[in-house]
Design a protein. Sequence first.
Length: 187
Amino acid sequence: MKNANETRPVPRLSDAAVEAKTGKTWQEWFAVLDAAGARAMDHQSIAAYLYKQLRLPGWWAQMVTVGYEQAHGRRQKHQRPSGYEISRSKTFDVPLAKLFAAWQDKRRRGRWLKQAKLVIRKATPNKSLRITWADGKTSVEALFYSKGKEKSQLTVQRSKLADAKHAECLEAYWAARLDALKMYLES
């Protein structure tokens, strides 16, 4: 068990960013949570304490809770209650409709997402696609955002992954696939 003065790994979000939004650094939050008995609390209880007792806004209460859990070895990178999840985003110099069509149209999709067998469960034009991957177990969510007349953004989330190693592999896979999509659309 670590004592309060021991250095802990700091989560991905910088101390400066956390302090600017919450008034405390990671180490200060860890000390506050240790003093409150958070080592014996579950995720929901820690987040509720931060939100209700310390008035930390909801998103930040969750962020500090996850950072605390990761620093104490209670949660791995990409871990969620329903398994592991990754997310990748990229901005494209194309109109939103063109980006959406490159995903929804099977022929176009085959040019940059080769050999991917998937089922589109729900499509909301120019907004989102809900997809079941070929394994029938994992989900993909493609979220589309307009960034102006000739610019758009895509965020891909892959969830219900079995473990951290699989999540890391898929994070690299989606980075490469989004690069391929960018080349296809912008060439």
